[in-house]
Design a protein around this ligand. Structure first.
Ligand code: COA
Length: 260
């Protein structure tokens, strides 16, 4: 499928989705949000895709936010639809059932930070700058930023970042738990590729179980979350991969997971 603002690449079982509007620092306009919906639907539907990497083109930004030129004339009714459409994209990514890694090589602001926070792992280069600067536009985050930042980094950080709007550097984002890892700029792609390859070689039903238990179970009370975990654990026990993984350990060899 041809996209106007996305590049799609395959590295074996790893699908790379690259937001490609570098002249606008990959800002999320309507077209890009719609295309991301389609690209993630495609990644979810294709069994051969085991892991998704999301990145921005151009080396300067992951995504510098929602497209401000489209926000300027927004009516409240349009704003409601825009926020819901963006939130639905973030939920789609979060609930993809396959690991999604954000490779953040520069600005991840506003909708860009929200997009990154909907991914399951975030690797940043030393140049990464993350923030929720909407307050300077007389707005608040509308793609889930108030909620996901609160859950990832806690109330103090969520309030500070959203009330003041100042971006934070990669080191602070790592300390807050927003970035999983910070690497030198030249090592970002290699680090993300190695991580994606490692996940792609894992048992996909077990990966899905972890994602479900942590993300869906994490929103429930403890007992419901534990029930969720038990169900996912039992599903894993029905897979060939679980037999293979345990047998490989006992036979002191490397497991070869088939995805069944
Ligand atoms: N929406 C629309 N266009 C954007 C954008 C956004 N969120 N972020 C950057 N751009 C555009 C700029 O308008 C500029 O386009 P132009 O060359 O046609 O004028 C181009 O991208 C390059 O950005 P520029 O501001 O010149 O780069 P810079 O290096 O001086 O500054 C930033 C980089 C990220 C600090 C600055 O672009 C910025 O503050 N962007 C907005 C961030 C924001 O508020 N995001 C939240 C939106 S809800």
């Amino acid at each position: 499928m041809g996209y106007q603002n996305l590049l799609i690449e395959n590295r074996g079982p790893v699908r790379r989705i690259i937001i490609n509007r570098p002249e606008k620092l990959n800002a999320l306009n309507h077209v890009t949000v719609n295309e991301l919906h389609l690209a993630f639907d495609q990644a979810a539907a294709e069994d051969d895709v085991r892991v998704v990497v999301l990145a921005g083109a151009g080396g300067k930004a992951f995504v510098a936010g929602a497209d401000i030129s489209e926000l300027n004339g927004l009516s409240p009714v349009d704003a409601l639809a825009f926020s819901r459409r963006g939130q639905a994209l973030m939920l789609k990514i979060e609930h993809l059932g396959k690991p999604v890694i954000a490779a953040i090589g520069g600005y991840a602001l506003g909708g860009g930070m929200e997009l990154a926070m909907s991914c399951h792992l975030r690797i940043g280069s030393e140049k990464a700058r993350l923030g929720q600067p909407e307050i300077a536009l007389g707005l608040i985050p509308g793609f889930g930023g108030t909620q996901r930042l609160l859950r990832l980094a806690g109330r103090a950080a969520a309030l500070e970042l959203c009330l003041l709007g100042d971006p934070i550097d990669a080191t602070r984002a790592h300390v807050l738990g927003v970035l999983n890892q910070v690497v030198p700029t030249e090592a970002l792609e290699e680090t993300v590729n190695a991580l994606a390859d490692r996940l792609a070689a894992s048992a996909p039903h077990a990966l899905r179980g972890v994602l479900d238990a942590v993300i869906v179970g994490g929103e429930c009370g403890l007992q419901q979350g534990l029930d969720y975990e038990t169900q996912a654990f039992a599903v894993c026990a029905s897979t060939e991969d679980m037999r293979e993984g345990t047998a490989a350990f006992l036979e002191r060899r490397k497991a070869a997971f088939s995805g069944r």
